[in-house]
Write a protein that binds this ligand. Structure first.
Ligand SMILES: [Zn+2]
Length: 296
């Protein structure tokens, strides 16, 4: 009998640790839940595990020895069973993207509050409505009047196009990790397996193999590829919103369905820096006057 209460219990502590370990190595919550049921570990409330109970167990502060009652926290009766850093990562990973702080929800522009910068004085950008009545447009302007200003929709479009192009490249996950040799090898395996699937599809299309042969080849490759794909995921916790975006079939459509606060979270995760420099020449948008960078 495993105890899930506020007492030290090695068996339950080990289950919690394994959940945290799996989550941080990229195993989906659903797969972890299925596995717990498969190996027959008893759920905290008895019966089968469901994803929400796994989630709750993974993010509870008791795992790092903190008990919470209302707004107050105090030390739990058991010691920390999960590394404090890992605990923070898991909480960030499982944070509901829909749940936003009011402050974040109030942000209605992509590049304000420090994501964009003025190229003249390094100041933050604010949005200003300018133009004749009835034909007003929104501009990003430096907080210090007179530095720079640029049409908001033009700058946003350039940033979104640049980010989506980068995130749709096969090595998109690489931006978010430092040095992960094993994951890199797994990514190469995935690419090789995908090429074999493509070859088989081509062979089928040109009549070299029949449906049955195609099905057999596909059935052989798919499971191996699934394993490699899991290993190819970075060990560091890439926020769920970024993962969803990278794995989306149409990244621009996926981007468009995000709320501004989520889009800003993606830009934050990229550690992007957008600088609006003074533009030379006449009117019209000069994309080269905008610098978009992130550490790779
Ligand atoms: Zn400025």
């Amino acid at each position: 009998m495993i105890s899930w209460k506020d007492v030290v219990d090695e068996a339950s502590a080990e289950v919690v640790r394994s959940i945290v370990r799996d989550l941080l190595s990229g195993v989906p919550l659903r797969a972890i839940t299925a596995n717990l049921n498969e190996v027959g570990i008893e759920a905290p409330l008895g019966g089968a595990w469901i994803t929400s109970s796994v989630r709750k167990l993974a993010i509870r502060d008791l795992n790092v020895g903190i008990r919470r009652h209302g707004k107050n926290t105090y030390p739990g009766a058991w010691e920390s069973i999960v590394d404090v850093g890992d605990h923070a990562k898991v909480k960030a990973l499982l944070a509901d993207p829909k749940r936003r702080t009011q402050k974040a929800a109030a942000r209605t522009h992509l590049l304000t509050f420090g994501i964009g910068k003025c190229g003249v004085c390094d100041g933050v950008l604010v949005v200003s409505r300018k133009g004749p009545k009835g034909k007003k447009t929104s501009l990003y302007v430096c907080q210090d009047p007179g530095c720079v200003g640029r049409r908001e929709e033009w700058v946003d479009e350039l940033v979104v196009a640049t980010v989506c192009a980068r995130l749709s490249r096969p090595d998109a996950f690489a931006i978010f990790e430092n040095d992960d040799v094993e994951a890199e090898a797994a990514r190469e395996r995935v690419a090789g397996l995908r090429a074999r699937l493509d070859d088989a599809a081509d062979a089928y299309a040109s009549g070299l193999i029949d449906t049955e042969q195609l099905a057999r080849i596909t059935a052989q490759i798919r499971p191996v590829m699934e394993v490699a794909e899991r290993q190819a995921r970075p060990a560091v916790a890439v926020p769920a919103v970024v993962q969803d975006l990278i794995l989306a079939t149409d990244i621009r459509v996926a981007w468009g369905s995000l709320e501004i606060s989520q889009q800003r979270a993606v830009l934050d995760a990229l550690r992007i820096e957008v600088v609006i420099n003074r533009a030379r020449g006449g009117p019209g948008f000069k994309p080269e006057s905008i610098s978009i960078k992130w550490p790779e």
